[in-house]
Design a protein around this ligand. Sequence first.
Ligand code: GLC
Length: 680
Amino acid sequence: MIRKFTFGTPFNTGAVVRPEIAEEESASKLPFLTIVQNKVASRDDAGEDDSVIFSYRLPDEALVYGLGEQARGLNKRGWRYESRNTDNPFQNEGRTALYSSHNFLIIDGEERFGLFLDTPGYVEYDIGFTNYDELKITVKDGGFDLYLIEETSLTGICRALRRLTGASYVPPKWAFGFGMSRWDHKDADEIREVADRYRALDMPIDMMYLDIPYMDDYMDFTVSEERYPQFREFNAELAKKNIHLVPIVDAGIKKKEGYPVYEEGREKGYFCTKEDGSEFVVGVWPGASVFPDALNPEAAHWFGLQYKAYLDTGVEGFWNDMNEPSIFYTEDALQAAFRKVAEYEGENLDAETFFEMRDVMGGISNKTAYYKDFYHNVNGKKVRHDRVHNLYGSALTSAAGEALRELSPDRRTLLFSRSSMIGMHRNAGIWYGDNSSMFSHILMNLKEEMNANMVGFLYSGADTAGFGDQATPDIALRWLELGIFSPLLRNHSSRRLRRQEFYLFGMDEAFRGMLKLRYALIPYLYSEFMKAALRDEMLFQPLAFVYEDDERAKHIEDQAMVGEAVMIAPVYEQNAVGRYVYVPEKMRLFRFRSPEDYDTEYVEKGDYFIHVALDEVLLFVREGHALPFADTKGVLSTADLDYGKLKALKYDEAPVEYELYNDDGVTREIGEEKIRKIVL
Ligand code: GLC
């Protein structure tokens, strides 16, 4: 059951697509939560403080799940979180906000319920941070809908959210292959060389990503003539090798006379403005830039149609970046900073003054204060950015997704974004931004998969092997051993760091074994993904969601269920020779080095230390289950997978019926009728 409670005049975020599912009720009838403050005004006359504060007493044993992309664990108790999309590459336990806002919580205690706050504004969740037994939610900038979801099971609550907000985005099947990315892959020759190395080493790959250097002067929807002469031909050449080019698209548009996207957008009034209607200029990669007005439906659609420039060259996949939006500086703040710094000349810079001076420039990026400096034109109404901030990247990406459906009606396109809100999951996937090559981030990645799935982002993944910091052979391999289960599997890293293409670590056989294993699993992963998308289920689930009555399973955060048949337990500690695993029911363990090289044993329900050598990965098959397993001999990309030669990984010899989803991998028509029951 879903009930809807409206506070003030909500802004339509577009997240809810089936309002009829929820019953509207008066706020005075709100169950579970206590309203401790209600200063909500309508959005039109909202003052500085029109926040609503809810409180809930958390019983000792209650767990709190949700919030999607956050740097912490599954059970959110004991910390404070914010919905405040921000570009912050330092992902650690101290963070309260990352790039996305996913306003969904599940309280699992004496009472069990889910809540979804449909608001594009700021929200704070104090989940036992101030008082361990109190959940306190502060919704700022009045006007929002609160949905309360009651279902008997945890998965039921997530399913209900998805029914309310719509089915998850489905990428082409080739997007389940492996992709290689690097900020400073510099030109077509280098892209070709990297792709060829993977091919020559019999390491399957489907995608090469193009980071910002592919553009002409960081201008969206252009390609550098110098670095990528004859881009269309280059694309065709790679397509022949079954490799898809996936360029990045940034939110900021370079402010430059003669650049058609800028000139047309300016002429049509499609960019965000200052209060007086003048251009709002910020600094991002190209220097002075403007933001397309994602909240103006006409402008957002126009921006989406720009992707045609790339589609026309044969490109069919994109990653959207810097769309929180990330702001290095605003033009006004930069000028003020220059003036301020000049004032320090000739001064004695003591401790206070020196740090103050350093912060003038050092603290100039991504200030929340900037969100009050610019405006959107929402159907003729001027709306200040801070009131809708968290929706920006979502709206821009959703508009791109919709435009891509229009431009490519018969073929799916790959699209994922850094910033997101619930609702965008219908149009695109996400990746979790700038993580680091740290072992703890492997574990964070595992939790992110489960958290993202709860809020509908089934197509998701992390920068495998880590974006920031130096990758080592062992971290790359251990991370890949998790990445092979993640729908979005991409090795990506920052410039100026050690290169981390998998063939650079002198362990080709081990990396090849894992990449091949990924491809062997694609018939299973694709089937489970498609069924999850069609049935509003999750692909990655916490053990607690599957073994609800198991007290041990409730607290396991470093293992996951992947689809109906598999449990995984990745290694996330350096130099570990194995790890403790909780086995919630009798399972068959496969310890893989490659699809052909593995050993297997049965493990009873219980806790074990299980050995996992560096080149091994654990895959547990549930009792009575089986999964399709592809033959990967000669397989270099998803196009080479032969569904006529499927083998099986089985719990035991008994025949098992399996629902296989297969199609041409690109058609936009998807449905239950494509599921074929096979016996494994
Ligand atoms: C941002 C992205 C990262 C990308 C870089 C350059 O930091 O998160 O993935 O490589 O920008 O485009």
